[in-house]
Design a protein around this ligand. Sequence first.
Ligand SMILES: [Zn+2]
Length: 337
Amino acid sequence: MKENEANVNDKRRSRMLLAGDIGGTKTLLGLFDCASPRPEPIATDSFPTLEYDDLSAMIAAFLQQHESRRESISAACFGVAGPVIGDTAELTNVPWRVDARRVAEAFRLKRTALLNDLQAMAYAVPLLRPSEIHVLQTGAPKPGGNIAVIAAGTGLGQALLHNVNGRFLPSPTEAGHADFCARTEREIVLLRELTARFGRAEVERVVSGRGLSNIHRVVHDGTCAAGIDPDDLESPAAISTAALERRCAECVEAFDIFIEAYGAEAGNLALRAMATAGVFLGGGIAPKILDALGGGAFMRAFRAKTPLEPLLEAVPVNVILNAEAGLLGAAVFAAAQ
Ligand SMILES: [Zn+2]
């Protein structure tokens, strides 16, 4: 009896998970042990997404570095920035079509799953350690409440964690492509400009790195004192830096509009999800602008939903500091399969 148990444990220890977080700009691939509920990373690598023809080519390059562990991979899960339909996904900002069954066949994997990237991140949220979280609003979490995740990066992603009898069930959304809700005169001007330029104003056109570049374009009536070209791929980071260093008044305005719109959209998500157990900010932008998010404007915009301000004041709001939360969540899902 005891011998059998030891064998099972040895098998579990030797099993390995392959996880991926496929973004518009970069992709993380990782090998994880099978520890439950939180698998630990054994090896992770970052790849420029657009430099590969497809996911299989990237996985092949990754596994070449870890040839000795290849045989022990028992399950795989990939978070992809786009809607997942059945076993396939078309990525929103990358000319890739990912097919889970083809990946499984190519690498002889028993189980391969695809999740929306924010849904994958949602699987990691209940397992995050206190050191992986920065608190923006302590609030007073309600037992039985849901959790919501919002992440501005290259694009804007949102996901829900439904509380089902105390267990959180992540579900995806395509809410970044829902309409931008203008609340102020300057946001109405922005809405008008975005509609003229793109045909409609998705909230992702405002609340994302590219969104910040769009706002920059609208608020600058002539040259930018910081010399930033909003068409430059690196412009979102440059605009935030110029704003924080107060090198250009219009860049400061653009950044202020971005922070408020992000807070307002996080508040909209909290209302839609009844996220009384917490709202988590993921994505690459939030951890880089913690001081600006804590400056007051973000949380004011989050709470300004009269008559439901008291409800929103009680919602815990946190920034996810672990840059590999999406990858971890994919591993969590693979381990649970
Ligand atoms: Zn400027």
